[in-house]
Design a protein around this ligand. Structure first.
Ligand code: ADP
Length: 392
């Protein structure tokens, strides 16, 4: 069953056609630099890359161009439905759902919680409705998997009225990825689906770790927004909130500008002063760049502490699962993290760790209980599967 998967962000839109039954990706692509002179549509077919320049194009024109490409490839006739990634579902959505006008209104009601992400997600839904009026559409939320967190995990120790009147609580993100790799790890390791204890670490430009007990998220590092928790490419992760007032006064700027810097100029980029890209930092650190080295050390240390903390709600640890661009490829970060977690009984297997890169999955510890594994994520496939399940 072919499903069109759409992930509409503010300046880019990713699309893929996936056979939800076999998991085969028929085509995937991205419209980038939207609303700029350099806007383009790039797609990958059978390992070959193609590109079409669309100067000045926004979401609408780019998605129409993507549909044209699907038409040329003969992929439109067989489409059974459209699955959308939606970032913030607040407390309203604990699972994927078929899109109706009521669902659209509820996603709109979540805009104050996800002001950067939900508007482009909604734009994608509205364009897809126009382009495919006859096809069923499904929303798959980044937050839904974490709705099983208990109150002690999602409650901030702030005035309770903030929760009751303004929905201020921890929500967590990357839920699709955490769910996908947790399920894949349970299957691959032969764990009991009703009795397991995992920490999943999704490490890309955004990064979060989740405690998964018996298939359910019981705690996670991201909060009201994706700013909380681990060190990320350009996000600070958790900091003392008093920094905001302190730096706003010191620089004589509005607090929102400091918040912007915590989102866009911090993390690996902020510490290194060089790049948000870990590959660049690994190369620079290898040449002796001290702050690139420091950025990698802070990233790994904060991650190791977070993984250890997430063992508390689990009560025991069966496996740590690494995924995302960094989790799937950086043997350096994984080695630094596991070395600091040796006290949990995680014994690094240096050879296996070096081997598990570029899509190779497997165990990277000599220990088996607990163990650490690399599992490539595939959020698009899970969106396609959820969509297929809800429309059939
Ligand atoms: P996004 O969150 O944007 O989807 P990805 O999951 O693609 O990001 O992860 C991007 C990160 O993965 C970047 O920091 C990149 O440097 C890192 N990465 C990718 N390949 C490697 C590699 N071979 N070694 C180290 N880091 C890598």
């Amino acid at each position: 069953m072919n499903i069109l998967v759409l992930n509409c962000g503010s300046s880019s839109a990713k699309f893929a056609v996936i056979d939800a039954t076999t998991g085969d990706e028929r085509v995937s692509g991205i419209a980038q630099r939207l609303n700029s002179g350099e806007a383009s549509l790039d797609w990958k077919l059978d390992g070959h890359k193609h590109t079409r320049a669309l100067p000045g194009a926004g979401h609408d024109r780019c998605l129409r161009a993507a549909v044209e490409v699907l038409g040329e490839l003969g992929l439109l006739a067989g489409l059974a439905g459209v699955g959308h990634r939606v970032v913030h579902g607040g407390s309203r959505f604990s699972a994927s759902i078929r899109i109706t006008p009521e669902v659209v209104s509820e996603v709109e009601a979540c805009i104050p919680l996800g002001p950067l992400h939900n508007p482009p997600n909604l734009l994608g839904i509205s364009i897809a409705h126009e382009l495919f009026p006859a096809l069923p559409q499904v929303a798959v939320f980044d937050t839904a998997f974490h709705q099983t967190m208990p109150p002690r995990a999602y409650t901030y120790a702030v005035p309770h009225a903030w929760l009751e009147e303004h929905e201020v609580r921890r929500y967590g993100f990357h839920g699709t990825s955490h769910r996908f790799v947790a399920e894949a790890a349970v299957a691959a390791l032969g764990l009991d689906p009703t009795d397991h204890a995992l920490v999943t670490a999704h490490l890309g430009n955004g990064a979060s770790a989740t405690a998964v007990r018996d298939g359910r998220s019981v705690d996670t590092t991201m909060g009201l927004t994706p700013l909380e928790g681990l060190v990320m490419g350009t996000r600070s992760g958790s900091v003392d909130p008093a920094i905001i007032g302190h730096m706003a006064r010191a620089l004589d700027v509005a607090p929102t500008q400091i918040l912007d810097a915590l989102n866009k100029q911090s993390g690996l980029l902020g510490v290194s002063g060089l790049s948000n890209d870990l590959r660049t930092l690994e190369e620079a650190a290898g040449r002796g760049h001290a702050r690139a080295r420091l950025a990698i050390d802070v990233f790994s240390y904060v991650l190791a502490k977070a993984i250890a903390a997430l063992v508390v709600p689990l009560g025991r640890l069966d496996a740590v699962v690494f995924t995302g661009g960094i989790g799937e490829n950086s043997s350096l970060v994984r080695a630094q993290v596991l070395t600091q977690l040796a006290f949990l009984g995680l014994d690094l297997d240096a050879e296996a760790n070096a081997r598990c890169v570029r899509g190779v999955s497997g165990r990277i510890t000599t220990s088996t209980r607990p163990q650490a594994v690399v599992v490539p994520t595939n959020e698009e496939l899970l969106i396609a599967r959820d969509t297929a399940a809800l429309i059939s």
